[in-house]
Design a protein around this ligand. Structure first.
Ligand SMILES: Cc1cc2nc3c(=O)[nH]c(=O)nc-3n(C[C@H](O)[C@H](O)[C@H](O)COP(=O)(O)OP(=O)(O)OC[C@H]3O[C@@H](n4cnc5c(N)ncnc54)[C@H](O)[C@@H]3O)c2cc1C
Length: 402
């Protein structure tokens, strides 16, 4: 019997945890490391649409996430003008890849990781915290790695799942750097008034502000502003600056903006992207998730792309040789990830227009063709996922390193 193939996964975010779960299930020997001393997840909430949930479902963790988050069961996204008056409703699909799923799930990021961590524990995988990669050297049979805690090891495959500032990418693709998008995102977490049960998107010239429930008790606000490169805000000023940035908004968001500065958590993020053509592997090292294709967040798809990457690489590895799987991965995943990046960037650029006439035509387009755009986007996601290795997933047992 051939020995178990081994993988070192650098980064225990969504992509890394999901890959660890998928590969452990297939019989791989998995080591998962993260540079954080303690697992901490900033960034309030995250929403995941049905496409992303279909991959969490495949990993067997979707129900637990739904139980700890807030499901928008009818998929309704309510658009409002800045004064709170209605603009349009759109509905997100509750079916994907032949499955019936929650159309949208809002969840605290820490809760999502609690669920992933529970599954890792069940599979006997412990996350080795406080360590990172010092050096990498890949040959045709495997990878030699030294870690910052002075250990060295050899594995059949190294996955760089270490996010937008990936150390693995820095070592092997030093020419690829995060690119600033021109946007900042403000987020804050609040107690959820019982009547706020929908995903709401409010629009003003040059500004977007959303409300999303993330549990029975909480919701979060997320708002986009244009901001020059290098803009930095003193943390103590964040609540006041967020209030100022969205001062024009009324309606359901007004009491939430008014309470900023109390005990609500507030976060500002300068948004960056990773624009990196495939292939995303060199030798036996592969980048997945944000490390390879971080997107602006305007389509809420980065987490979905990360979990899909993890599931797809596992499916391809179940099919046969590692080298073929790595080559297929970029070919299969790059068109979809690039599509998401392009659409998301365009949504950001469109929403940043401050000219009142341009804003008027944007809101008119939401009212006239918002649903059509949602439907087209999901149709395209499905089409670009059609060859993501599903057929290969029936293959049983671990793959021997080829
Ligand atoms: C403002 C904003 C809002 C967003 N909202 C959404 C949303 O609503 N829905 C959605 O789907 N997506 C959203 N995204 C995108 C989403 O957060 C990312 O796409 C997703 O987290 C990517 O997962 P990942 O595992 O690839 O990377 P990450 O989540 O960044 O995880 C990387 C992990 O690697 C670790 N790490 C980093 N460097 C090292 C190192 N040198 N050594 C070891 N470990 C390391 C980190 O500690 C971390 O645990 C948003 C992004 C932003 C910026």
């Amino acid at each position: 019997m051939s020995p178990k193939p081994s993988v070192l996964i650098c980064g225990a975010g969504i992509a890394g945890c999901a890959a660890a779960i998928a590969l452990a299930r297939q019989g791989w020997s998995v080591q998962l490391i993260d540079k954080q001393d303690a697992w901490r997840f900033q960034s309030s909430g995250i929403f995941v649409y049905s496409n992303g949930l279909s991959y969490f479902h495949e990993l067997g963790v979707m129900q637990a996430m739904v139980a700890s988050g807030f499901e928008i069961a009818d998929g309704r996204n309510v658009y409002l003008h800045a004064d709170g008056s209605p603009l349009a409703d759109t509905f997100y699909p509750g079916a994907y890849a032949g499955l019936t799923l929650p159309p949208i799930l809002g969840i605290r990021r820490a809760e999502m990781h609690r669920v992933l961590a529970g599954e890792l524990q069940r599979l006997g995988i412990s996350v080795q915290l406080g360590t990172s990669i010092e050096t990498v050297s890949s040959d045709t049979q495997g990878v030699d790695v030294t870690l910052t805690d002075a250990r060295s090891l050899r594995c059949d495959l190294l996955l760089g799942a270490d996010g937008i500032r990936s150390r693995v990418r820095e070592l092997l693709w030093p020419q690829v750097q995060p690119r600033y998008s021109g946007f900042g995102v403000w987020r804050s977490v609040h107690r959820r008034p019982p009547e706020l049960r929908e995903k709401i998107m409010m629009m003003a010239p040059g500004l977007r502000l959303g409300i999303m429930p993330i549990s029975q008790e909480q919701l979060y606000l997320f708002g986009t502003v244009s901001a020059g490169a290098g803009v930095w805000h003193e943390r103590a000023q964040w609540p006041a600056l967020m209030q100022q940035a969205f001062a024009v908004f009324q309606g359901p968001v007004r009491p939430l903006l008014d309470e900023l500065g109390g005990d609500c958590e507030v976060l500002y993020t300068a948004v960056e992207e990773i624009i990196m053509p495939a292939p995303w592997h060199q030798g036996r090292v592969l980048l997945i998730g944000d490390a390879a294709h971080a997107s602006t967040p305007f389509m809420g798809q980065g987490g979905a792309m990360a979990v899909q990457d993890a599931v797809v690489i596992a499916r391809l590895l179940a099919r046969g040789g590692i080298d073929a799987a790595l080559a297929d991965f970029g070919r299969i995943r790059a068109p979809l990830c690039q599509f998401v990046q392009d659409v998301s960037r365009q949504v950001g650029i469109t929403g940043a227009q401050t000219d009142p006439a341009a804003h008027q035509s944007i809101t008119q387009a939401v009212a006239d063709s918002g649903q059509q755009r949602v439907d087209d986007f999901y149709r395209r996601l499905q089409a670009l996922s059609a060859h993501d290795g599903q057929a290969a997933h029936d293959a049983q047992g671990p793959t021997s390193p080829a």
